[in-house]
Design a protein around this ligand. Structure first.
Ligand SMILES: Cc1cc2nc3c(=O)[nH]c(=O)nc-3n(C[C@H](O)[C@H](O)[C@H](O)COP(=O)(O)OP(=O)(O)OC[C@H]3O[C@@H](n4cnc5c(N)ncnc54)[C@H](O)[C@@H]3O)c2cc1C
Length: 519
């Protein structure tokens, strides 16, 4: 697109599943500007995430609802789950009807902890990639929708009560104020607060940080899901090796090449994934290696079966000269999904008038304390559409474009000092607010994070903004985790290893400097 407009009716931050789905919903109601800090997608190269839910012939909405509630460990908002499971099939059927290419061949798979064959695959390709392609093509075909790539949202502007616009940094590093009273955050996850994550480099928690600075409440941030087995090789992205490998018979071996999972759980490698992550952490600690990891082993399975059934994993590993039919796969746990986020109702509204949130950045209570794998793409689709609908109905007031931004910005070069600080945050969070947590470590992390605050006060580059966002959200996660004195779902504390339903069958909510708990 040619330059950014000074004002728009609707501004959507994030051009992935949640943002594009909302934009499509808004297209008949005014000018929609969708911005994304990423490059425009290349669907040939895109390596998007995996599967989504739908209902196979042997499934029922009520069973999907029950599985989701069970996985959420008591904290799901039942209304939010009902919306997810009731509207999911319709949203996917609609998506298939929008696809201009030949109808994809859909298959269903079983994945732990689903009790039914339910995970949807499309022509052997990851479903998310297909979702995104269809949404992108449709959004691009709509005249009122403009998509601006490599454009970074830095701040949400408010007049103290409601949203008035957004401060952006365009692809040349030039700041711009855009007036808009209805803004959707669809910025995805926060995984980059951790040293090890399967999230993309763009997952720098910008949406949660911007919303919080604008006065929005954030909820349930202590619930971070860690996948037990991400590829661990030098200078190679932390590619997710999903649990189907373990459910199909893969072994986990420690540094001495011994299988160890039977020591931790009667189901051995098929134990629940948070338990597997903790067992791996323990084995890595015991190994005392400088750069510890364990191995995933599929060499005892038939080579033909591995290549056919896990073709994508096989191909990705081969690209790094690792033949998984013959070699052990070095793996480590990695942060994968943020269950909490910007507190939003079932229509995406936050407590700041005009500010909406949908997808992974939002916290509606649909995942409780633990997300069922596959539910998140569906969430982005269902709640993206719902946010779009409610934004359409919202009162619009275009205020004058705010005064020229004062700070001078630039897109580079990347400041080495900033990278060092980011590394420190990631290490603190990985070591002290990671898979296994305890009071002392979390307090230590908070003190260290507090000590860095002044270094993030005047960001001048996009990367410095990202670093400031990581710093703020790391603190919010650590505060929430410290306040929840129990273990539940994706939050595990050694010093409070049981659930405490009396005190903590509630959502954590951060308002200003305080963490509160509310039903
Ligand atoms: C390795 C991995 C595997 C997964 N597997 C599954 C799975 O099998 N099934 C499933 O359901 N879910 C899975 N998930 C989770 C799921 O993919 C995400 O929850 C989902 O992609 C979230 O969609 P979203 O639209 O909310 O945001 P995202 O897809 O994360 O997109 C965020 C968008 O916001 C943009 N953005 C961010 N910050 C800014 C900013 N400051 N300014 C401008 N733009 C910004 C980004 O550029 C991007 O366009 C997986 C996640 C990972 C990391």
């Amino acid at each position: 697109m040619k330059g950014l407009p000074p004002e728009t009716d609707f501004l959507v931050v994030g051009a992935s599943v949640a943002g594009l789905r909302a934009a499509i919903e808004l297209a008949d109601s005014g000018r929609v500007l969708v911005i994304t800090k990423s490059d425009p997608p290349d669907f040939k190269k895109a390596d998007l995430k995996n599967e989504a839910y739908w209902l196979s012939d042997e499934d029922e909405v009520s069973l999907h609802l029950q599985d989701t509630l069970d996985t959420g460990d008591g904290l799901c908002n039942p209304q939010a789950v009902k919306v997810l499971v009731n509207e999911g099939a319709e949203r996917i059927e609609e998506l298939i009807s929008w696809d201009k290419h030949s109808a994809p061949k859909l298959t269903f798979e079983l994945e732990n902890p689903h009790t039914r064959v339910r995970i949807l695959h499309s022509q052997g390709a990851p479903t998310a990639k297909q979702f995104l392609r269809v949404l992108f093509e449709r959004a691009q075909s709509l005249k009122s929708v403009s998509i601006a790539p490599r454009t970074f949202a830095a701040e949400i502007r408010t007049d103290g009560e409601r949203v008035t616009g957004v401060c952006l940094i365009d692809e040349k590093g030039v700041p711009q104020e855009i007036a808009c009273s209805i803004v959707l955050l669809a910025t995805g996850g926060i995984g980059q607060i951790y040293r090890n994550t399967t999230n993309p480099e763009t997952a720098t928690a910008d949406g949660v940080a911007m919303a919080f600075r604008a006065g929005a409440e954030v909820a349930d941030l202590e619930f971070i899901q860690f996948c037990p087995t991400a590829l661990h090789m030098k200078k190679v992205p932390r590619f997710l090796l999903d649990e189907t490998l373990r459910s199909e018979g893969a072994y986990l071996r420690n540094f001495e090449l011994d299988r160890f999972m039977a020591k931790y759980h009667p189901l051995a490698e098929r134990a629940p994934h948070d338990l597997v992550s903790r067992a791996i952490v323990h084995e890595m600690e015991v190994s005392r290696a400088k750069d510890p990891f364990v191995y995933l082993d599929v060499t005892h399975l038939s080579s033909a079966r591995v290549q056919k059934h896990f073709s994508r994993i096989y191909e990705v590993c081969m690209a790094y000269n690792l033949d998984i039919t013959e070699d052990l796969i070095p793996v480590r746990p990695a942060a994968q999904y943020s269950v909490g986020g910007v507190r939003a109702d079932l229509d995406g509204r936050t407590n700041v008038a005009g500010l909406y949130a949908a997808g992974e950045v939002a916290s509606t209570g649909a995942h409780g304390a633990n997300r069922m794998p596959g539910n998140s793409l569906l969430e982005s689709l269902v709640y993206g559409a719902r946010a779009g609908r409610s934004m359409r109905e919202a009162e619009r007031t275009i205020s004058r474009v705010s005064a020229e931004p004062k700070a001078a910005f630039s897109n580079g070069p990347v400041d080495a000092g900033v990278e060092e600080l980011v590394g420190q945050i990631q290490d603190l969070m990985w070591n002290e607010v990671g898979i296994v947590r305890m009071r002392g470590g979390m307090q230590k992390a908070l003190t260290a994070l507090d000590g860095m605050t002044s270094k993030f006060s005047h960001p001048k580059t996009r990367r410095a903004y990202e670093a400031a966002n990581l710093h703020l959200v790391a603190k919010l996660v650590a505060q929430s985790a410290l306040a929840r004195e129990e273990s539940r779902g994706a939050h595990y504390r050694v010093d409070y290893s049981d659930r405490d339903n009396k005190k903590f069958l509630k959502h954590s909510i951060v308002r200003g400097t305080k963490v509160a708990f509310a039903a």
